[in-house]
Structure formats: structure tokens, C-alpha cells
Design a protein around this ligand. Structure first.
Ligand SMILES: Cc1cc2nc3c(=O)[nH]c(=O)nc-3n(C[C@H](O)[C@H](O)[C@H](O)COP(=O)(O)OP(=O)(O)OC[C@H]3O[C@@H](n4cnc5c(N)ncnc54)[C@H](O)[C@@H]3O)c2cc1C
Length: 319
């Protein structure tokens, strides 16, 4: 059997993929870690990722469009056959959740999703029941196919010891029956919600789309991202890529401020690991106060403008 090696896969050189490299390190110890980036922009992503600590080789498969699960799977499978990796790891984001179950099916192994801890080389922890319980799972598969929660692993830093080798690989043109037609991505100049240090989240209590502007302003003052509850999304206040929770994104920022949201269990599943939780709600019995480090029982339409004013008066943080 070859030395323990891991292939981390992704569609961009993002912070979340840096976290997947950290998870790979926990799996392979001193073993080798390679990275494979697939789809549009993979080439430039590979140049950035070649500076990352602990990455031996960066493979990239440049495409004219972002990849689909169908086009990405043969590229990863070919690498796994060529290099005999013991682990294939991706972030539990839309790329990883889309591609890795298909890869696991093709390799005939189980996909282990949403890993938050590597206990041993074949033992992992993952949340179940919307984060209300943690399952410790053991995998006896030859190749372990894992998606990892980026908030659970510190992003890997840049290396001071030179660049990883960069190697181009091809996306097979044959046998792929689906193709990428287009996407309507939301324009966003704020940090990525899943890796932001500060998240300002709003709920149904905001009452309409316009009132979310207060939260956007606060996020911009603090260099953060804006999130929302499903009720706020379903009411049409914000797009659904801002949803935090069991069926939305998982966040664990240094500071989470929840405004006009009750703290339903499905919302908590996506933010309860935040380091400091602040809640503003006019109902003193709202469940969010049970997990908040700081709670303010107040009408948000009075409290938020006042808080925003105070934040603006703070000395600006150095970049
Ligand atoms: C299968 C399933 C999956 C789900 N997934 C998710 C998910 O991923 N994410 C998610 O968020 N939800 C999810 N939900 C929905 C979840 O159960 C709740 O319905 C939702 O989180 C409630 O959103 P909310 O807190 O904004 O609304 P509400 O529960 O209606 O709370 C609004 C809060 O605003 C406060 N408020 C109102 N006016 C003011 C004011 N002027 N000042 C201050 N406070 C005010 C109220 O006191 C209240 O506490 C899911 C549900 C199901 C069944």
C-alpha cells in the first residue's frame, strides 16, 4: 500500500478550500497532500494555491464554464487511479455537496459528509439531527471520500518554503451528457458568508427588504457579511443564498449579531458555533437569548440605528 496521501478538490482557491487542506493534514499527518482545482478560473486559482503550506502538487483542469458533477467526477477519478490517494476531500459547500457523492458512487465507497473533526485516520465526527447530536463514524473504505465543514478547520496559511508544482490536467470531452448553461449569481462585495469574521443576521422582525439596509450598513462598518433566517428569505426580504441554518449556510464567525429573529432550532444549527453571539429581540423569551453571550431586549427599529451610530463613532480598525 502507498503512503497515506490526500487529494483535496475544489472549484476555486478560496478560504474554504484552505480549510479543507487543514482537514487533509489532520487525516494524513506527514503524508502528501495534492490539490485539484476544476472549472473556469482553475488556472489562476492554481497559481495562488501553489503558495499554500503543505500542498505538494496543484493540478488544475481549466474549463470554459464552472464544472458540473458529471464533468468533474472523471477528472478526480482519473487522479485517484493515477496516484492511489487514500482520501479525497472537499469543502461541504455547493461544489463538494454536488460532486463528492457522485465520486463516492463511482468509486464504490461511502461519502462521509460535513465532517467537523478528524479523531483518527479512519474516525470522524459529524453533526446529525440539525447539529443537536454528534455522530462519531468509522470508515473502512480504501479511499475515504469526505466533505468537511470549513468553519471547523482553520484555513491553511501560506508557505514560506517555496511554491508547489503546478500541473495541467484535461477535462474529458466524451461521455458527459449534461452541460453548463449559465448561472445568475448574486453580486456581492462583502466577505463570503461562510468564512466572514462578522455576520449580521436578520429575521422576520425586520418586516421588509428595505429595513435590511440597516444590517448591510452595519456589516459594511464592521467588515462583515449579512445573513438571514429562512422566514426572512421566504418573505422575499433577501435572496436565499443568505440563509443561515440547517437548510442554509453554516457560519461560525468571531461575532454574530442576530436581529429580529427568534432563534428557531433550524437557525441555531447554522450559527451556534459562533464565538460571540449578540441578539436583539423585543421578546425577552425568544430562544435566541438562551445561547446569546449578549442580549438586548429592545425594539430593533430603535436599537439598531442607535447601535449603528455608536459603531460609526468607533475608531476604524487598521486593515
Ligand atoms: C425542515 C426545516 C428546515 C428549516 N431550515 C431553516 C434554516 O436553514 N434557517 C432558518 O433560519 N430557519 C429554518 N427553518 C425555519 C425555522 O423553523 C423558523 O421558522 C425560522 O428560523 C424563523 O425565522 P425568524 O426567526 O426570522 O422568524 P420568527 O420566528 O417569526 O421570529 C421573528 C422574531 O422577531 C422578533 N421581532 C419582531 N419585531 C421585532 C422588533 N421590532 N424588534 C425586535 N424584535 C422583533 C420577534 O419577537 C420574533 O422573535 C426551517 C424549518 C424547517 C421545518
Amino acid at each position: 500500500m502507498s503512503a497515506t496521501t490526500a487529494l483535496v478538490v475544489g472549484d476555486s482557491a478560496s478560504q474554504a478550500v484552505r480549510s479543507a487542506i487543514r482537514a487533509a493534514k489532520a487525516c494524513v499527518g506527514a503524508g502528501k497532500i495534492d490539490l485539484l482545482l476544476i472549472g473556469k478560473g482553475a488556472n489562476s486559482g492554481a497559481a495562488s494555491a501553489s503558495k499554500w503550506n503543505g500542498v505538494s502538487t496543484v493540478y488544475y483542469a481549466e474549463g470554459e464554464t464552472p464544472c458540473t458533477a458529471e464533468s468533474a467526477t472523471p477528472v478526480i477519478r482519473e487522479r485517484v487511479s493515477a496516484k492511489d490517494y487514500r482520501y479525497v476531500i472537499a469543502t461541504a459547500n455547493s461544489f463538494g455537496k454536488n460532486v463528492l457523492p457522485r465520486l463516492a458512487g463511482v468509486l464504490g465507497v461511502s461519502a462521509l459528509s460535513d465532517i467537523i473533526e478528524v479523531v483518527e485516520s479512519n474516525v470522524f465526527v459529524r453533526p446529525i439531527y440539525a447539529g443537536n447530536a454528534l455522530a462519531t463514524v468509522k470508515s473502512n473504505d480504501e479511499v475515504k471520500v469526505l466533505t468537511v465543514r470549513p468553519t471547523a478547520f482553520e484555513p491553511i496559511e501560506d508557505s514560506s518554503e517555496g511554491l508547489a508544482e503546478i500541473v495541467k490536467v484535461q477535462i474529458p470531452a466524451d461521455g458527459v451528457q449534461s452541460r453548463w448553461l449559465g448561472q445568475e449569481a448574486t453580486e456581492n462585495t462583502r466577505p463570503d458568508l461562510t468564512t466572514a469574521d462578522v455576520v449580521i443576521a436578520g429575521g422576520r422582525g425586520l418586516k421588509n427588504k428595505d429595513n435590511f439596509k440597516m444590517l448591510e450598513e452595519m456589516a459594511d462598518e464592521l467588515g462583515g457579511a449579512v445573513g438571514a433566517t429562512r422566514a426572512a428569505v421566504d418573505s422575499g426580504f433577501v435572496p436565499n443564498d443568505m440563509q443561515v441554518g440547517q437548510t442554509g449556510k453554516v457560519v461560525a464567525p468571531q461575532l454574530y449579531i442576530g436581529i429580529g429573529l427568534s432563534g428557531a432550532i433550524q437557525h441555531l444549527a447554522g450559527m451556534k458555533d459562533s464565538k460571540t453571539i449578540v441578539a436583539i429581540n423585543k421578546d425577552a423569551d425568544a430562544p435566541i437569548f438562551q445561547i446569546a453571550d449578549y442580549g438586548l431586549v429592545a425594539d430593533l427599529f430603535e436599537a439598531v440605528p442607535e447601535l449603528l451610530q455608536k459603531i460609526k463613532e468607533l475608531p476604524k480598525r487598521a486593515e
